[in-house]
Write a protein that binds this ligand. Structure first.
Ligand code: NDP
Length: 514
């Protein structure tokens, strides 16, 4: 549509409800201001065909068992604050049962089974995830608050892809580790967070099984449902009992699992604070450990970048999944000469993001995962304002019930401010500037984290020069938040160690002889 046509089609300024005055006054470059003229009608995904049980037990030894603790806790929908179900709280005795079941399955069947047979089970899980994709996506969005278009198009397909990918490796480990023999480690204790519940379960379970290990998985307290649906899938796929066990609960359940002497390997994704605690608890034991922790990634935009694409990449980099992403591009570093134009375009773009019902197919930014997380975001945003940075928040109406935060960014922040250093884990971006590639590099690496980074420029050589020097496990060039099971993911420094995905990810689940 031409600019003239667009302007002619616009309703009167008063009817737009947007910011037509700002658009006219700042003058330098004509801008498209649609206001509410192109609002989408609601397009809610039907959820009535999905059955969420009123109560879920623990999945141990291939059976559903009431917790020895006798306790259950509620899991709620963060968009409505209504209860979805209640879920068993596993105590140390339950964890012990699960680890014993995993050990028995490891010794009696899984480690002895022909690798090509193991692969068949893993393929079955992958196919069942595809078959139940709609149900899984809806439950993921209801339990965690993420927009359905993300759970439908990202989380669930990627979870299936991880099982497919690792099923393919199961009988080819000799080729993954040339000239060496790969042996499984035994029982893997796996603890996952609430930001990508099904996907993180897939990241953890698929490589462990492919390498011949058995698993006890602890999902996060606020998002247990998709892991429990995955347990049903595993049951239907007729995996030998005890190969995968799912124990729901809070932090103590995770601590009991990590500390259990029957666990040979611990894989943890979550906060740096808890990661450090687990590392201390494991020090001096024979257990293997991988940690995937927090981040404060630099998304670096050079003046020669395709600016409009970069703005899309900035938006996707920070507002995807409400910013509940360990590799989110939460520190935007822009070359000083394009700072103003980027900030202006960013404001326009952020103002168009639709915030609201996660089950609406048009929603861009859903609900914040929990009240606790919302409070943490608010606290850090207040700190940003108190430290003198200028705040811009999308002028959107937020639902009255539920946990919400508008897409927000700060300009004028100092490199040492809390919002430039600490992981906010919400839809909040901090914009900083640089003048030379060296300065960009120095600022990007000036963090205790090192999980990811983004570079936007039209010079391939500049991307390689920067990527070689950035202390980040994943570096994206002219894109952001792209994931693939064949591509290893993991951090440096306080973002953790070990890799998930790819051939490198397999090595976290094997002992190599020779
Ligand atoms: P946590 O690190 O506490 O949670 C991650 C997982 O570890 C959950 O399953 C949690 O259980 C479990 N856990 C909690 N305490 C222990 C323990 N002592 N031993 C073993 N396992 C434990 O993250 P939070 O959910 O509390 O989030 C806090 C902050 O962490 C966020 O604001 C964000 O900054 C960061 N975070 C980073 C993530 C990442 O991917 N890098 C993911 C999630 C959070 P439970 O859920 O029951 O507490």
């Amino acid at each position: 549509m031409s600019r003239e046509m667009t302007k002619a089609a616009q309703p009167s300024a008063a009817a737009r409800g947007g910011a037509p005055e700002r658009a006219a006054a700042d003058g330098a470059e004509p801008r498209l201001v649609f206001g509410r003229a192109w609002d989408y009608a609601p397009a809610p995904e039907a959820a009535d065909h999905v059955t969420i049980a009123p109560r879920y037990d623990l999945f141990i030894g291939g059976a559903w068992r009431a917790p020895r603790s006798g306790k259950y806790f509620d899991t709620i929908n963060p968009a409505t604050e209504s209860k979805l179900s209640e879920v068993a709280e596993a105590n140390a005795a339950d964890v012990d049962d699960a680890v014993r079941a995993a050990r028995a399955a490891y010794e009696s069947t899984w480690s002895k089974m022909k690798a090509s047979e193991r692969a068949k089970y893993i393929f079955r899980i992958a196919r069942a995830i595809q078959e139940k994709a709609r149900e899984l996506a809806i439950v993921e969005s209801m339990d965690g608050g993420k927009p359905i278009k993300e759970s439908r198009d990202v989380d669930v397909p990627l979870a299936a892809a991880h099982f497919f990918y690792h099923a393919g490796w199961a009988d080819k480990l000799d080729y993954a580790f040339h000239g060496r023999t790969a042996r499984p480690l035994g029982v893997a204790g796996q603890i996952i967070p609430w930001n990508f519940p099904l996907l993180m379960a897939a990241w953890k379970i698929a490589p462990a099984l492919a390498c011949g290990n058995t698993v006890v998985l602890k999902p996060a307290e606020t998002t247990p449902l998709s892991a429990l649906l995955l347990a049903r899938i595993i049951e239907e796929a007729e995996l030998p009992p005890g190969v995968v066990n799912i124990v729901t609960g809070a932090g103590e359940t995770g601590a009991a699992l990590a500390a259990h002497p029957g666990v040979d390997k611990v894989a943890f994704t979550g906060s740096t604070e808890i990661g450090k605690r687990i590392q201390k608890a494991l020090a001096g034991t024979k257990k293997r450990l991988t940690l995937e922790l927090g981040g404060k990634a630099a998304n670096i935009v050079f003046a020669d970048a395709p600016i409009d694409q970069a703005v899309e990449g900035i938006v996707g980099g920070i507002y995807f999944n409400q910013g509940h992403v360990c590799c989110a591009g939460s520190r935007l570093l822009v070359e000083e000469s394009v700072h103003d134009v980027i900030v202006r375009k960013l404001k326009d773009r952020v103002a168009t993001l639709r915030v609201g019902d996660p089950l609406d197919k048009n929603t861009d930014v859903g609900a914040i995962n929990s009240k606790m997380q919302l409070d943490k975001i608010k606290q850090l945003v207040d700190a940003g304002a108190a430290e003198g940075a200028e705040r811009y928040s999308a002028p959107c109406a937020l639902p009255e019930k539920g946990y919400w935060f508008p897409p927000t960014f700060f300009t004028g922040a100092s490199q040492s401010s809390r919002i430039a250093r600490e992981e906010i884990f919400g839809p909040v971006l901090t914009v900083l500037t640089f003048r030379t590639p060296d300065e960009a590099l120095e600022k990007a690496n000036n963090t205790m984290y090192g999980l990811s980074a983004g570079i936007w420029t039209d010079k391939g050589a500049k991307i390689f020069w920067m990527a070689e020097r950035l202390k980040a496990g994943v570096v994206w060039g002219n894109t952001y938040n792209k994931f693939d099971p064949s591509s290893p993911f993991g951090g440096y420094k306080e973002s953790g160690f070990g890799r998930e995905g790819g051939r490198q990810g397999l090595s976290a689940y094997v002992e190599l002889d020779g």
